[in-house]
Design a protein around this ligand. Sequence first.
Ligand SMILES: Nc1nc2c(c(=O)[nH]1)N[C@H]1C(S)=C(S)[C@@H](COP(=O)(O)O)O[C@H]1N2
Ligand SMILES: [Mo]
Length: 390
Amino acid sequence: MSGLRGPSDYSEEPLRHPSLRINAKEPFNAEPTREDLISSYITPVDFFYERNHGPIPIVDDINSYYLSIGGLVEKPKKLSLDDIKKLPKYNVTATLQCAGNRRTAMSKIRAVRGVGWDVATLGNAIWGGAKLSDLLELVGVSHHTAITSLGGKHAEFTSIDQCPEENGGPYKASIPLDQATNPAADVLLAYEMNGEVLNRDHGYPLRVIVPGVIGARSVKWLDRIDIIEEESQGFFMQKDYKMFPPSVDWDNIDWSTRKPQMDFPVQCAICSLEDTNVLKKGEVIVAGYAVSGGGRGIERVDISVDGGKTWLEASRCQKSDVPYVSCDVTSDKWAWVFFKAVVDITEDSTIIAKAVDSSANVQPERVETIWNLRGILNTSWHRIRLQIAP
Ligand SMILES: Nc1nc2c(c(=O)[nH]1)N[C@H]1C(S)=C(S)[C@@H](COP(=O)(O)O)O[C@H]1N2
Ligand SMILES: [Mo]
């Protein structure tokens, strides 16, 4: 075995920060409060959402851990963590977002299947590790390869956790080989998160980070990588995390008609306010995050306090040392931006935020128009109903 062990029950779970809001206990699924989420541009590990499909794996002896790389490659290999650490190390600031972020709001339109989430099922971390493109060179697959000499077109990541959806088998996902072998795609084999050793909850000892893509493809507790001909046939690629139109429900679904979701669309949410807030007349701070997938940066965030009749542009609260220009090499093109506006509220109001990305994609106005049976990718305008105390 690879030194990784996937328990069959929840008796060996790690300790978690008490401020996380738990949405499901077994498997453990939790998100921070809105306030905690925007308390720091780099999300502290303690406040970083967790999405699991089974019990958290364990490494009993790190010296016995190895990663297998095989499939349609000329030189299959087994690498220890030290071998992986010998490859050039990169730090990539990337926002990981679960496709189920904001699902609860979508389920209010019509029932959807999946864990309920508020608006904080994402986090922004500095991931440290080796590039997948460099690792694949060790097995004879050079940079910018779309198909190997043996016909491989996808890189499949396999974990060790026991997932009920896979009948007790491990979590799997894949990405196209041209993305895996493109150094600029920044796909990482991360062993660090925010400068610390990756913890068990987030994938110790090694996880994949696929920047700009829904979190589901960033496989934790990596056991093996295989270069395969077709995309991964695993449950989470084929029977989950696909985007369907509002006309498809459980009685007429045909999973094979859609592709697995990869990039996430433009998204934003207000985190300084809750729907239950009753405030005094006067200044209100409207602050939150905006992020887009595929390396598309955020162009602007619009705020309305009159239900969408008029708009004002929010200001950006970026880290002071990194100017945000999405096409600039020094920018964090995979990372969220924080926004802020101060508005004057005199009566009960609906406050709206919508973001625009660098390709001029805009969030859809109404959740009804993007309702889908799995409740993924709710990127509709984020609305807060504010009450003013009499
Ligand atoms: N092995 C494994 N990897 C996994 C998952 C999982 O259940 N098992 N969940 C995926 C999903 S759906 C998301 S959103 C992210 C969550 O990563 P995090 O828990 O570190 O925030 O991990 C992904 N990788
Ligand atoms: Mo997810």
